[in-house]
Design a protein around this ligand. Structure first.
Ligand code: IPT
Length: 997
């Protein structure tokens, strides 16, 4: 601690005496008058009851969730952050996944994609604040909810103050805490908050909220040198773990049923959050650390495009504005960019894609909902009055100000500035679709006004919400009221430019204080006006296309939503402190993405991405924009009738020929030599543990949970050596692997059958006939190949669900109770917890023979293999492995996301395939369950300028064999891009694996 900080803490200890009114928290206030609070450890991040302050500046923290481990290409972080920043957000919240950092107790590694430093560095570069959420429990649809596999055999109840659990997490917290502490804002880094635990909100009897654990964990973070405020996310505003510095909560009001994307819950716009906030933590920020930004989708689900509809632009309008109605000044959307459950990241509830239907797709494209969010985020970023607002009529908003009981209108007053008000209007019943007509009667600085004053009525479409402002300052312009919403505004060359929008064809009215005569200076729209008292002018218009109205020194851009989506406010710099775009701003219309603007000696240099030829309209200070460049290329500019700059940018999207996978040379090898008589499993782990602390009580003589032997991911193989009694007629076995898992059983080399899985069952007991009973006294082996879909999460404390085993729960020989297994053998990935591939991490490989040998890696010599394609497949049950390679030559300056795609096979439906790109497992496909058929692979995993190795494992679960119906590479988009050069992630080549069996 430096000297100033000590002085600061002493000072505030003195001031704080007696000031903290909330009994649950021990908070020190900066001064008796302003109510600003700090944790006493630093002064960069403080708060009061209205909002956070960063470096003394009050701000809306509008954040999106991104998981570094779900995008294993460090050089792409900047692209994602820039897109988030361009949308108007200023922060990113991220989980850290303990299980991949410490796969073996005490063996912590930040190698390969696990290095967090590039994530911190990119955030800093983009001007994004970070909220670190290192768990230790994270949930996150991640295997074991983020816990390491060895937790499944570690005694003690996890997520409690049990000594064994505390001992388990201590090393990890020290290691990760030190990394976070080094990147705090107090040291010039981007981290402003650190979350302790995750949704510590639900307990199974006899367990209950463990205050001792809460205290110890918080202290453990502080002991690593973390000084920024510690937060937590209650699963709902339920008052759990309020001893953190700034408590907050989560909400997913529209649920996760993506298969009914237009069915909304009727009570989905709750006002109870405000009363709960007042009940538990009235003196701190109303902070929502997770709010629904999309939805996860499970095996057999309806696919992420449907989740993007469930949580699309209409959802964003209704639900986010409902949060705004509760004066929420910290709002984190989970997820803003979901990424990929590559390798074994997923828990059984999700498949390879973790696109989440988010604003930014898995392959980093922008959905419509990105543009809608841009309107909301940018409005908040230029509306400081919102930050000190309080809702006035919570609980009595229905029919308020409109007299229409189908509508709720919440009045937010800026109780500090005492001038501005916001009226958030939305349907009372979110499940309905009817259009509602309304007039608003609002108190304003010129008395009560009923809007529209010029005539007609306002309308709210079903599933829509609007924020109407009153006495709102946009530079020197006072907007007395506006029914059209404000997308952004800026003062440019002394003119206030206000961007107003509504749905296409809607009637709107905006009143400003002005004595000038308005005129339409551009566009085909017309206006009607009326002079109100107090020198106020009401202007009525419909929002159709784009019309520009000039009133004195104010320019009103009147837009329909589609036009509004094209406007990008940019501040010509990008540093952590440029939160409000109200000084030195530039507003640019046009283009798929505008990343940045800078002005150097009269040249306005814009960077961005385009997917079509675009005509820009640039509203910028004349002196700063004598010339305009876009991605370094100078633009031919002209002046519009109202003085703005227009310029056309033609794009060229070079053709890229992707290799036709079906015409490549493929090599094939058998990946189930285990069933051949000559195979020896001598090097496998002997499953010989007689007891376990695992809460699932074993029923077998030796424990047959793969986790007990250090195998926590991917395919698992079991071998049971037995001596026959001669009367065995079937083998009965219950295997557990998590939903959508499957298994196949062989007696020696003879296939007995499979459970091919469904989307529901996490275990299955099958009876597999033995056609001819083996001879009495003869020795045999049962081989079981099972899938492991990840460990369950551990959401309810005390349930210990993450310890649910993966392996064999029970077995018996039908017809012969006396048959005993002499030896059980097991293998998963080579090395188990002492995994081989330190670059691709502990979850990338499973236990298939091919994986143990490293056949999926580049550089393996398959010259001796036979030719064979996955689309030709195999004609009997078993596992085949295929390899091919191809070159890509994608030029720089473009962003062409590539995916591989399969199609469903109905003729031989029961098979599982895994896909490896340069050694990274980027797809797990279960043909009979689905739904995912397109698997994006990020640039950097795919080498866009050179050689690529592609491999496929094909596990045919039926005696008739299986083949892929089709397999191809596809471009998911063509975008001209200014994204930073992508460096390929290290992809170490094959080398002989010592002791591989
Ligand atoms: C909430 C978790 O905190 C988060 O990790 C993630 O699992 C998210 O849900 C769903 O994607 S849990 C909440 C839905 C009860």
């Amino acid at each position: 601690m430096n000297f100033l900080l000590i002085l600061y803490s002493l000072l505030h200890l003195t001031l704080a005496h007696g000031l903290s009114r909330h009994p649950l928290r021990n908070r020190r206030q900066l001064s008796a008058t302003d109510g600003i609070q700090s944790n006493g450890l630093q002064n960069n991040v403080t708060w009061d009851k209205y909002s956070y302050f960063v470096n003394g500046k009050r701000l809306m923290l509008f954040s999106g969730e991104v998981h570094p481990y779900r995008l294993p290409v460090a050089s792409l972080y900047l692209d994602v952050f820039q897109k988030i920043k361009a949308m108007g957000m200023n922060a990113v919240s991220f989980y850290v996944f303990w299980g991949i950092l410490e796969p073996k107790k005490g063996d912590i590694s930040f190698e390969g994609f696990r290095d967090l430093q590039p994530f911190f560095d990119a955030a800093k570069k983009a001007g994004i604040y970070l909220i670190a959420r290192p768990g230790p429990y994270i949930n996150a649809e991640t295997t074991a909810g983020g816990f390491p596999g060895w937790g499944t055999y570690t005694p003690g109840i996890w997520r409690t103050s049990n000594a064994s659990y505390i001992d388990a997490y201590t090393g990890y917290i020290k290691a990760v805490g030190a990394k976070i502490a080094a990147n705090e804002i107090t040291k010039g880094g981007p981290v402003i908050l650190v979350q302790s635990e995750n949704e510590y909100s639900g307990w199974q009897a006899p367990y209950s909220e463990d205050y001792e654990y809460e205290k110890k964990l918080k202290q453990a973070f502080i002991d690593t040198g973390i000084t920024v405020p510690i937060t937590t996310n209650d699963a709902w505003p339920g008052g759990h773990y309020t001893s953190v510095d700034v408590y907050g909560y989560d909400s997913y009001p529209n649920g996760f049923d993506c298969s009914h994307p237009t069915t909304w819950k009727s009570d989905a716009v709750p006002e109870s959050f405000w009363s709960a906030h007042q009940q538990y933590t009235p003196n701190i920020v109303n902070a929502v650390y997770e709010f629904q930004g999309g939805a996860f989708d499970g095996w057999g689900g309806s696919g992420y495009d449907t989740c993007a509809v469930l949580t699309g632009p209409e959802f964003e309008r209704v639900f986010y504005k409902n949060e705004i109605a509760m004066s929420t000044t910290f709002l984190n959307l989970y997820m803003i960019f979901g990424g990929t459950n590559w390798g074994g990241i997923a828990h059984p509830g999700v498949y390879t894609s973790y696109d989440y239907g988010s604003a930014i797709t898995e392959d980093r494209r922008l959905r419509d909902k990105y543009y809608e969010l841009k309107l909301i985020a940018n409005f908040l970023a230029v509306s400081p009055a919102y930050l000190t607002s309080r809702p006035q009529n919570v609980g009595s908003s229905q029919g308020a100000f409109t007299g229409n009981s189908a509508l709720k209108t919440t009045q937010l007053l800026d109780v500090v500035g005492n001038k501005t008000a916001f009226y958030v209007i939305r349907p009372a019943d979110a499940s309905l679709n009817a259009v509602q007509q309304y007039k608003l009667t609002l108190p304003t600085s010129i008395g009560n006004v009923t809007i529209p004053t010029v005539g007609g009525t306002l309308a709210l479409n079903g599933k829509d919400s609007k924020i109407h402002v009153v006495d709102y300052a946009a530079g020197s312009t006072t907007v007395v009221y506006s029914s059209a919403e404000i997308a952004t505004w800026a003062t440019i060359d002394g003119k206030d430019v206000i961007i107003l929008y509504g749905s296409a064809g809607e009637l709107h009215e905006t009143a400003i204080k002005s004595s000038s005569t308005p005129s339409v200076v551009s566009g085909s729209g017309t206006i009607k006006t009326k002079s109100l008292s107090g020198g106020v002018l009401a202007i009525q218009y419909t929002t159709t296309g784009q019309t520009v109205v000039q009133v004195g020194n104010t320019l009103l851009y009147v837009l329909d939503r589609a036009n509004a989506y094209q406007f990008w406010p940019v501040t010509p710099t990008s540093s952590l402190n440029t939160i409000h775009a109200d000084t030195g701003s530039v507003i640019v219309k046009g283009g798929y993405l505008l990343r940045s603007a800078s002005t150097i000696s009269g040249t306005l240099a814009l960077t961005g991405d385009l997917n079509s030829t675009t005509t820009f309209e640039i509203i910028a200070p004349t002196a700063a924009a004598q010339k305009v460049t876009f991605n370094g290329e100078s633009l031919d500019v002209s002046k519009s009738s109202h003085g703005t700059i227009t310029a056309k940018k033609t794009i060229t999207l070079p053709d890229v020929k992707l290799p036709d996978l079906s015409s490549l040379t493929w090599k094939k090898a058998d990946s189930l030599p285990e069933i051949s008589p000559s195979y020896s499993d001598a090097a496998w782990t002997t499953a010989n543990r007689a007891s376990t602390v695992n809460p699932t009580t074993p029923t077998t003589p030796v424990i047959l949970y793969a986790g007990e032997y250090g195998y926590h991911t991917g395919n698992i193989l079991w071998r049971a050596h037995f001596t026959a009694t001669g009367t065995e007629t079937a083998f009965k076995v219950k295997v557990m692997g998590g939903s959508a898992f499957g298994y196949s059983v062989w007696l020696d080399s003879t296939f007995l059958g499979s459970w091919e899985g469904d989307s529901v069952r996490q275990d299955y007991e099958g009876t597999f006939k033995i056609a001819t009973s083996p001879k009495k006294g003869s020795s045999h082996v049962i081989t079981i190949l099972q899938d492991h879909m990840g460990y369950e999460e551990d959401w309810i404390v005390g349930s210990e669900t993450f310890k649910g085993p993966r392996g064999i729960i029970s077995y018996s020989f039908v017809g012969s109770t006396g048959t005993k297994v002499d030896t059980w053998k097991v293998t998963g990935n080579l090395g188990g917890e002492s995994y081989v591939d330190k670059t691709r991490g502990p979850l990338n490989e499973g236990g298939l023979f091919a994986e143990r040998q490293g056949w999926h890696l580049p550089g393996f010599d398959d010259a001796s293999w036979v030719p064979g394609k996955p689309t030709e497949g195999i004609s009997s049950a078993g596992v085949a492995f295929y390899r091919t390679s191809f070159k890509l030559d994608v030029p720089s300056g473009v962003d062409y996301p590539i995916a591989f795609a399969v199609s469903n096979s109905t003729t031989n439906p029961h098979y599982r395939a895994q896909f490896y790109v340069n050694g990274y497992q980027f797809g797990k496909y279960v043909n009979s369950i689905g739904p995912q058929k397109v698997f994006p692979v990020p640039q950097g995993i795919l080498n866009y300028q050179g050689d690529n190795t592609f491999a496929v494992s094909l596990w045919a679960e039926k005696a008739t064999g299986a083949k892929l119906n089709s397999l191809k590479l596809q471009l998911n988009a063509k975008i001209e891009s200014s994204m930073a050069k992508v460096a390929s992630q290290p992809a170490p080549a094959w080398s002989q694996r010592k002791g591989a069996y």
